[in-house]
Design a protein around this ligand. Structure first.
Ligand SMILES: CCC1=C(C)/C(=C/C2=NC(=C\c3[nH]c(/C=C4\NC(=O)[C@H](C)[C@H]4CC)c(C)c3CCC(=O)O)/C(CCC(=O)O)=C2C)NC1=O
Length: 161
């Protein structure tokens, strides 16, 4: 896993250089947004179950997916879906704190698309639910932090598509 600091340092190190102006700008932006990130992460962790529940209500509930024949039908599969959304929320929060998406590649997206395809989990509906989480999260943490979280929700969606 990388973070904003290691990724800037690694790319300078590869070139055998001190950090140049644009690397310094990147770091400055990361440090300046530090408090925003920490505050957002604590709001999200205190409201995680609500965020997932509201996102499901906005996107999946009362659709064909929760009826017989749908992929969320039966409590076992419904619970698996809720659990997956909670993974996406938790790992997006980690990535937002780190300011880097690599943790999502390593711990979430690796093999996920193949797993979903083999189990018939619909990717389109999953993306809709993640987009709904993005909206619910932004309404809770505010526009700036919401935008930052949105980067990582979108990263998962494009990794799945
Ligand atoms: C931390 C990294 C991590 C991820 C991301 C993860 C995902 C993941 N989701 C799974 C299943 C599943 N995922 C879903 C999810 C959904 N079905 C829908 O219709 C909705 C659109 C959607 C929720 C948004 C469902 C229903 C299953 C069970 C499918 C089945 O067994 O038939 C499975 C198969 C094994 C299992 O059932 O536990 C994995 C590995 N596991 C992990 O360890």
């Amino acid at each position: 896993m990388q973070d904003a600091i290691t990724s800037v340092i690694n790319s300078s190190d590869v070139q055998g250089k001190y950090l140049d102006a644009s690397a310094m700008e990147k770091l400055k932006g990361y440090f300046q947004s530090g408090e925003l990130r920490v505050r957002a992460a604590s709001t999200i962790s205190a409201n995680a179950a609500t965020i997932v529940k509201e996102a499901v209500a906005k996107s999946l509930l009362y659709s064909d997916i929760t009826r017989p024949g749908g992929n969320m039908y039966t409590t076992r599969r419904y619970a698996a879906c809720i659990r997956d959304l909670d993974y996406y929320l938790r790992y997006s929060t980690y990535a937002m704190l780190a300011g880097d998406p690599s943790i999502l590649d390593e711990r979430v997206l690796n093999g996920l698309k193949e797993t979903y395809n083999s189990l018939g989990v619909p990717v389109g509906a999953t993306v809709q639910a993640i987009q709904a989480m993005k909206e619910v999260t932004a309404s809770l943490v505010g526009a700036d932090a919401g935008k930052e979280m949105g980067v990582y929700f979108d990263y998962i969606c494009s990794g799945l598509s």
